[in-house]
Design a protein around this ligand. Structure first.
Ligand code: FAD
Length: 487
């Protein structure tokens, strides 16, 4: 019997699990997918938001800065990749009022690193910006992170500190029997005194399993374009347009690893898990982003992708013990959920304590996790050519030439307490297959290492099925943009 069963291994479930592993509690995470971080956590803007955009009257407003302040320490402990780059909300209008309102809101949310700057200072911070920007709200402490690495790091560290993880277990029923819960999955039954519902897009369905139906999840998709590594280098901060009713609008940023990232848009007319991308939407994002930064070169496009926001019908985070004692909903965790996640985890620990969970410190808690990826500049091809050609098992052998991933980094990633069954899982842990060729060269080489390490055949069906998602490719975007020019 577990003290706490957490449903969902996204950034929320893994943060809560890791926080609980500071104590002598028996914790289980149940995840339906093949790996951790397979939901919204792997497909988003990866921004560690300032915390000024959401109203103080909402949990989203109150928890964002509280979460943001913890990223530096967490990254020092867990090495998932975080950089404080700062952010700008730029305005082309003479009127500063919308920015002043955002700033006022930020101050209410506790921020102390906001300022409104004029065009000269904007140029100093972002010399490449094309926008006729007159004013900007500058948030010094905002930044970028690697969100899936963060969830992987949280999960690895939680496991090291005693948490159990069951992957490929879809929760299909929950029953309260006296003072405990029976959680039934498609693989078995688990018992726990408390259940934390962190099931993202499915959190309303999980909640309904215990008869709590006071909210619904209204999915909202956002599409993105990711460009090759190095294209993000001229951009120093995260650049936003003024927010609209639908959200923060299209942003331009460099990812933590230096890829230019533009997006997302917003569309509510979607199926819950439809992550296909659409050329009209992608082209529109390109045009909007170009009005901020006109050096975007569509020929450097490497991938389009979609993230789905688990927006709740209350349009706020829902973090509460429900009318079913011991059943806690952590639902509707749309943006800025990633940024808020450390603060959400602390809040959930408080709720569990108030609900009667006894928390006694785990004297063996080890907060540290070594990195897998060490961020470093890429070397010229002629300097690495020999290392690519080395035979399997040689020291210093490079498996992925675009991202220059070493065989030993892949080996390390495979032996950290979570069995990595897919190339996609290796990709998110090491960056192998994430470069210009998108795996054409290294996929078979990655499989070779996985099969040797695990001593078994790797079933490629999951990767094939998921890479089959209908995504706009570079040639399609280029043709479409050409056709627009011809019109
Ligand atoms: C387009 C977009 C852009 C965003 N940008 C940002 C940003 O820049 N900064 C920021 O702070 N936030 C951002 N967010 C928000 C952030 O990504 C989310 O708030 C966060 O990832 C939510 O994490 P989660 O753990 O709640 O959900 P998820 O990551 O979706 O995890 C939920 C997990 O539950 C599992 N699950 C579901 N049903 C079951 C079941 N029946 N049994 C077992 N497991 C189940 C799923 O498989 C999934 O792994 C963005 C979101 C989107 C979509």
């Amino acid at each position: 019997m577990y003290d706490v069963i957490i449903i969902g291994a996204g950034i929320i479930g893994t943060n809560i699990a890791r926080e609980l592993s500071r104590y002598n509690t028996k914790v289980l995470i149940i995840e339906k997918d093949i790996d951790v971080s397979m939901g919204a956590t792997k497909a988003n803007s990866a921004i560690v938001h300032g915390g000024y955009a959401e109203s103080h009257s909402t949990l989203r407003g109150r928890l964002c800065y509280k979460g943001r302040k913890q990223f530096k320490r967490l990254n020092e402990e867990l090495n998932f990749g975080f950089e404080e780059t700062g952010s700008l909300v730029v305005s082309t209008e003479d009127d500063k009022e919308p920015l002043e309102k955002l700033m006022e809101n930020g101050i209410k949310n506790g921020l102390d690193d906001l300022s409104i700057i004029g065009s000269e200072e904007i140029r100093e911070i972002e010399p490449e910006l094309t926008h006729d920007a007159k004013w900007a709200l500058y948030c010094k402490g905002a930044g970028v992170c690697s969100p899936y690495e963060m969830a992987i790091a949280m999960a690895e560290n939680a496991i090291k500190n005693g948490v159990k993880l069951e992957l490929e277990n879809e929760v299909i029923d929950i029953e309260k029997i006296e003072d405990r819960f029976k959680v039934t999955t498609d693989k078995g039954e688990y018992y726990g005194k408390y259940v934390v519902n962190a099931a993202g897009l499915y959190s309303d369905k999980i909640s309904k399993m215990v008869g709590v139906d006071n909210f619904e999840i209204l999915p909202r998709s956002g599409e993105y374009i990711l460009f090759t590594r190095g294209t993000g280098d001229p951009i120093n901060t995260v650049i936003f347009q003024l927010p609209t009713k639908l959200g923060k609008g299209v942003l331009v940023t460099s990812t933590y690893y230096g890829n230019l990232l533009i997006g997302p848009d917003a569309n509510d007319e979607i199926e819950r898990e439809d992550t296909s991308t659409h050329v009209e939407r992608i082209a529109k994002i390109y045009q909007q982003a170009k009005s901020l930064y006109d050096k975007i070169n569509p020929k450097q496009f490497i991938r389009s992708f979609t993230g789905i926001r688990a927006r709740s019908s209350t349009n706020d985070f829902i973090i509460e013990e429900t009318k079913v004692k011991g059943f806690i909903n952590v639902a509707g965790i749309q943006s800025p959920g990633l940024t808020s996640s450390p603060a959400i985890a602390e809040m959930v620990i408080g709720i569990l304590q108030d609900a009667g969970l006894k928390l006694e410190e785990n004297p063996n808690f080890d907060p540290y996790r070594k990195p897998i990826i060490i961020k470093k500049p890429l070397k010229p091809f002629n300097e690495i050519k020999d290392k690519i050609e080395l035979p399997l098992g040689s020291e210093g052998r490079i498996v992925c030439r675009c991202e220059q991933v070493l065989e030993e980094e892949i080996v390390d990633a495979l032996h950290r307490g979570i069995k990595v069954k897919t190339i996609d899982g290796v990709k998110r842990r090491t960056r192998a297959t994430m470069g210009w060729c998108q795996g054409d060269f290294c996929k078979p080489r990655v499989i070779e290492v996985m099969e040797r390490e695990y001593g078994e055949k790797i079933d490629p069906s999951y990767d094939i099925e998921h890479s089959g998602v209908n995504r706009v490719q570079k040639s399609e975007l280029l043709d479409y943009l050409n056709s627009l020019e011809e019109e």
